[in-house]
Design a protein around this ligand. Structure first.
Ligand code: ATP
Ligand code: MG
Ligand code: MG
Ligand code: MG
Length: 469
């Protein structure tokens, strides 16, 4: 086990500062850019001209706790060059940083290049000396970066760490999460993509990189996944304690739930710290959804607060305290904002718990009805699609809990009936949408009213699509 005596974060900064880079502060999660909801990469703050780090990726939400490497919130370190050094220097430094500064054994490192990027392939092979069997050519999806349909773009090259070199290089798959982890991505911005799709070389070539701090920490600390690094594990331990379980002895589902809490709580605390308020639209909805998932996950684990009178049963503030404690390396400012963050969390959690409890009550009624009807008619007890939909839509009661509780009581669920209701609702909201569009075309300012609608759904697919796009 390798001891990380100095924060990798500051070692990265020092490495590039002593190679002529200007250090810049971390960017806010709330970007000054109307085209994106949240900061998804370190370079976002440079988009106007063309070192920042905190990122939110809601598109990775379903990977949380399943893969060993994806978070919704993570820190991305980056070195950038605007018309200064380019491909060769970026590659040489990335290698030196990884092997000399962080001491990663060269024979554990693999790299990927864009399939047509012979220049990068040659540099890795001839200048750095990476054996060709550890240089993989990947396609557009993995290794070509574009900012949009047109505009600056270019090939990428990624560095991977191999946890299992004994598996050899035949059929090695860099996306195999049980063996490899991508930790550093180098983007070579060298083209301008034109309307007709052709690539025109840029006069001023740029370098944009991203190195995932949690992933580097996992490699350096030699733990099985990012969650077990000292960046996240203390949060998981706190949650385990509240749930009265031991992470080491927990089954996979319990572990996954604890990881979800560890991941989401970091995202939540930093989002609120950067000024995002839970709501039903935009970024506010992202944070609300994360909070609700933690509340639900906590209930599944049996977490019910620790009896602190001031919290009235809420547990999010207790876990948030741990996040704040760990936050000083990332953002010293979070400490000052902590009281406001805890207050916001408590309010939001208690409101959602109320929703859950109202749903529970209704579900109980509907289940008793279903059971007594079945007994009277000699049929199999079944919860009507309409009722399932009512709980889900009007009460905002999570579908999976409905399913679980019904199953426990021996009641099946009419999912076909539910789908019919869902489709009805979809058509209605489409019609409402069209009405709104008409109103807007007629020059009325309805946006305000649209925003103020009551939140009735939870985890609805169309909302999900909205925040992920
Ligand atoms: P992956 O292929 O593993 O999903 P990526 O290619 O999507 O990663 P990039 O867009 O290249 O990631 O981001 C640069 C770096 O940021 C990655 O090399 C990785 O270290 C880190 N990173 C990306 N996504 C995540 C995430 N969801 N959680 C933690 N770190 C991440
Ligand atoms: Mg990805
Ligand atoms: Mg990748
Ligand atoms: Mg990448």
């Amino acid at each position: 086990q390798q001891q990380v005596t100095v924060n990798p974060n500051s070692r990265f900064l020092h490495f590039y500062a002593s190679r002529g880079h200007k250090l810049l502060p971390s960017a806010s999660l709330v970007p000054d850019d109307p085209t994106v909801l949240l900061t998804i990469a370190g370079m976002l703050q440079f988009k106007p001209i063309f070192l920042g780090k905190r990122c939110i990726r809601t598109n990775d939400i379903n990977n949380v706790g399943l893969t060993a490497r994806h978070h919704t919130f993570f820190e991305m370190l980056g070195n950038f060059s605007f018309g200064d050094y380019f491909k060769k220097q970026a590659i040489l430094w990335a290698w030196e940083l990884s092997t000399s500064e962080f001491g990663l054994p060269p024979d554990r490192l693999w790299v990927s290049v864009y399939k047509d990027d012979d220049e990068a392939f040659q540099l890795w092979s001839n200048e750095v000396g990476v054996p060709v069997e550890r240089i993989k050519r990947l396609g557009e999806e993995d290794n070509f970066w574009t900012s949009g349909v047109t505009g600056p773009c270019g090939p990428c090259s990624e560095l991977y760490y191999d946890f299992h070199p004994e598996r050899g290089h035949v059929d090695a798959d860099l996306n195999d999460d049980t063996r490899f982890i991508e930790f550093y991505n180098l983007v070579f911005m060298q083209y301008n993509k034109k309307d007709d799709g052709s690539l025109e070389p840029l006069k001023q070539k740029n370098i944009d990189t991203g190195l995932g701090l949690e992933r580097l920490a996992r490699i350096l600390q030699q733990v099985p996944n990012n969650y077990e690094t000292d960046l996240i594990f203390p949060i998981i331990e706190k949650a385990s304690k509240l749930a009265n379980v031991s992470y080491g002895f927990a089954d996979d589902q319990t572990k996954r739930n604890l990881k979800i809490i560890g991941d989401h709580m970091r995202a939540i605390v930093f989002l609120i710290s950067d000024g995002v308020v839970p709501s039903n639209v935009g970024r506010g909805y992202v944070v609300r959804r994360l909070i609700r998932r933690v509340v639900r996950t906590g209930r599944l684990l049996g977490i019910k607060g620790d009896g602190r009178g001031d919290l009235e049963g809420a547990f999010l503030p207790i876990i948030a305290e741990k996040v704040v404690e760990l936050s000083t390396q990332i953002d010293a400012d979070v400490k000052n904002k902590a009281p406001r963050i805890f207050e916001e969390l408590k309010r939001e959690e208690l409101r959602f718990v109320q929703t859950l409890e109202r749903g529970e009550k209704l579900l109980e009624e509907k289940l008793s009805d279903a059971l007594s009807n079945a007994e009277r008619n000699g049929t199999v007890p079944c919860l009507a699609g309409e009722d399932v939909f009512l709980l889900y839509d009007t009460y905002g009661y999570p579908m999976e809990i409905t399913k679980e509780v019904a199953e426990e009581r021996g009641v099946s669920i009419d999912m076909d009936g539910f789908d019919i209701e869902m489709e009805k609702q979809r058509r209605q909201s489409q019609a409402a949408h069209n009405t709104v569009r008409l109103a807007i075309e007629n020059g009325e300012n309805v946006a305000e009213n649209v925003r103020d609608t009551e939140f009735i759904g939870y985890d609805r697919l169309h909302c999900k699509a909205m925040i992920e796009s």
